[in-house]
Structure formats: structure tokens, C-alpha cells
Design a protein around this ligand. Structure first.
Ligand code: ADP
Ligand code: MG
Length: 287
């Protein structure tokens, strides 16, 4: 019996190799949630918006210098989950989180944790580039100033330059640094936001669909950048593009209705998923 769509590359790969898939009813995570050198560890994380549970008992490690992609249908909890990693959900009224999340072994939900430095250590880049209505220089310098990372103007200049170099934007903007109207394209604005995140010395960078508002060329530039950045940072990227997940990430996590269904090496997830729900999604039957 022919069950899988003929036109899907993934389905053809899967079809060659009939495996016993974990049934749709089983919502326990399949695959290894741990890594050897975790930067962050999440255990039994639940998130509620009022009465509604958006994240259900999720456990997952974020590795050192890895790019991990979060995929799954709209509304499955990807953004909610990554917002737990730097306590961004704290800003949402009625949002409640239980479980444990550690960064380098330290509980980030401990009552003694100051969220301001935490959000520098675990930075975030959003779907829509959101530069401040200020010059390029001021966009980057703002964070290091409030975190007291520079003793003087020369040090601040240095941080601005290195952050822009790391974000692959320096050559394009070095003569426009002080101009009040940045006049940057969408892709350049997103790289400016990445530079701003880098400027405060993060360990982990969270990216929530960072390319959805960009054209294919700007997207390719950001994807190349992610490749370079993972040498220094751990990157968690939410994407609705499976092609993007397979291009940029080493591990992929598949979410479905608040459950973490499956996690594993990206190539395995896209060619030999172990869970029926993952297969449904990657073959285009769901989402
Ligand atoms: P995704 O990023 O995968 O599309 P979200 O994390 O945005 O999913 O949403 C997961 C679930 O939580 C959805 O049912 C969504 O409606 C709900 N949700 C998200 N943000 C809020 C919020 N601020 N208040 C109430 N419910 C929310
Ligand atoms: Mg989202």
C-alpha cells in the first residue's frame, strides 16, 4: 500500500527503509536529550499561560558550540520553550514555569539570579529585526554601557568594531557608524541585532525564526554567519524551514502540541525519524 506522498524526497528515503515507528499516541521524547558537554540543561519543564499548558514536561540539553534547531507546527511551543532559556517568559502576565533550567550548572530560576546579566549571557534575536531608533554605534554600544563592559571610549569602540566584524556587518557599515538614520536593509538590520547580542558577551544565542522576514539572499548570509558563530557560541534556532534546519544545525528537536516528540542528529531526524509524528511532519502530512 502506498502511504507516503510520492513527491517528497524525504518520503522516498524513508520508504526504502521500512522501520517500526513510535506511535502517535506516545508523547515521550524519543532520542537522546543529553549531550556530553551541556551549556544548558532543561529538566521536566512545564509552561502554563493561565490554565493552558503550552509546554509539557520537556527535558533537553543545549550543547557547547552546537546549533540546535527547534521545528514543529505553528503553536507547538517553540517560542515559549526558547523564551524559558533566558526568562523572557517572565515578562508575560499569567505565564508560569516549573521544572529546572540550568546554565553552566546554575539554576537560572533561582531567586537570587538577576535576569539582566542572564539575558546578556543568553541573548535573543527575534523574527522581526528590532534595532533601536539610534545610530549603528549606539545600537551596539548601549548594552556594553549598561553592563559596564567598557572602561572608556576606546574600549567601547573596540567592542563595537569586533561585534560588527563577528556579525559580518563591519565592512558594509564602518563609514556610517554615527549616522542617526541607519538606512539598513532588513538583512543588515538583523545582522545589527546579532551584533548587539554579541556585544554583551553571550554564551548562548537564541534565534526565533530570524530569517522569516528576509529574502533568500539575506537569509543565506545569516545562515553562513550562524556557521561561523557556533565556533564561539551555542545557538538555538527556531525555524519553520526544514531546509534551513538541515543547513545550519547539528541537532534538531521536533515539537508537537507542547511535547518534545523527538530529538537527534539533524540528518537522522530528516531522513530516518523514529517517531511517527516526526515523520508525518517532515513528509508534509502535518503542519
Ligand atoms: P510556536 O512558537 O511554536 O508557534 P508558541 O510558543 O508561540 O508556539 O505558542 C504555544 C502555545 O502557547 C500556543 O497555543 C499559543 O497560543 C500559546 N501562547 C503563546 N504565547 C502566549 C501568550 N503570551 N499568552 C497566552 N498564550 C500564549
Ligand atoms: Mg513562534
Amino acid at each position: 500500500m502506498e502511504e507516503l506522498p510520492q513527491d517528497s524526497i524525504q518520503s522516498q528515503i524513508i520508504h526504502k527503509d521500512k522501520r517500526d515507528l513510535v506511535s502517535r499516541d506516545n508523547r515521550e521524547t524519543v532520542g537522546d536529550i543529553t549531550v556530553k558537554n551541556p551549556r544548558m540543561t532543561c529538566r521536566s519543564v512545564d509552561v502554563f499561560y493561565g490554565e493552558k499548558q503550552a509546554i509539557k514536561d520537556i527535558s533537553l540539553d543545549i550543547g557547547n558550540h552546537e546549533v540546535i534547531a527547534m521545528i514543529g507546527p505553528s503553536g507547538c511551543g517553540k517560542s515559549t520553550f526558547i523564551r524559558c532559556l533566558n526568562r523572557m517568559n517572565d515578562t508575560i502576565d499569567g505565564c508560569r514555569i516549573t521544572g529546572e533550567i540550568k546554565l553552566d550548572g546554575i539554576d537560572i530560576y533561582d531567586k537570587n539570579i538577576d535576569v539582566v546579566p542572564l539575558r546578556a549571557q543568553v541573548g535573543m534575536v527575534f523574527q522581526k529585526p528590532n534595532p533601536f531608533p539610534k545610530s549603528i554605534y549606539d545600537n551596539i554600544a548601549y548594552g556594553p554601557k549598561i553592563h559596564g563592559l567598557a572602561q572608556n571610549k576606546a574600549e567601547l569602540d573596540e567592542i563595537v568594531e569586533t561585534s560588527l566584524i563577528k556579525a559580518g556587518l563591519w565592512e558594509e557599515v564602518k563609514d556610517l557608524l554615527e549616522h542617526p538614520d541607519t538606512g539598513l536593509s532588513g538583512g543588515q538590520q538583523q545582522r545589527l541585532c546579532i551584533a548587539r547580542t554579541i556585544a554583551v558577551g553571550p554564551e548562548v544565542i537564541l534565534m526565533d525564526e530570524p530569517c522569516s522576514a528576509l529574502d533568500p539572499i539575506a537569509t543565506a548570509v545569516i545562515e553562513d554567519l550562524i556557521d561561523e558563530l557556533c565556533e564561539q557560541y551555542s545557538i538555538v534556532i527556531v525555524t519553520h524551514s526544514m531546509q534551513q534546519a538541515s543547513r545550519v544545525s547539528q541537532r534538531t528537536a521536533y515539537f508537537h502540541l507542547g511535547d518534545l516528540i523527538e530529538v537527534g542528529p539533524t540528518a537522522q531526524i530528516f531522513t530516518r525519524p523514529k517517531h511517527q509524528l516526526t515523520e508525518d511532519y517532515i513528509t508534509g502530512r502535518f503542519g
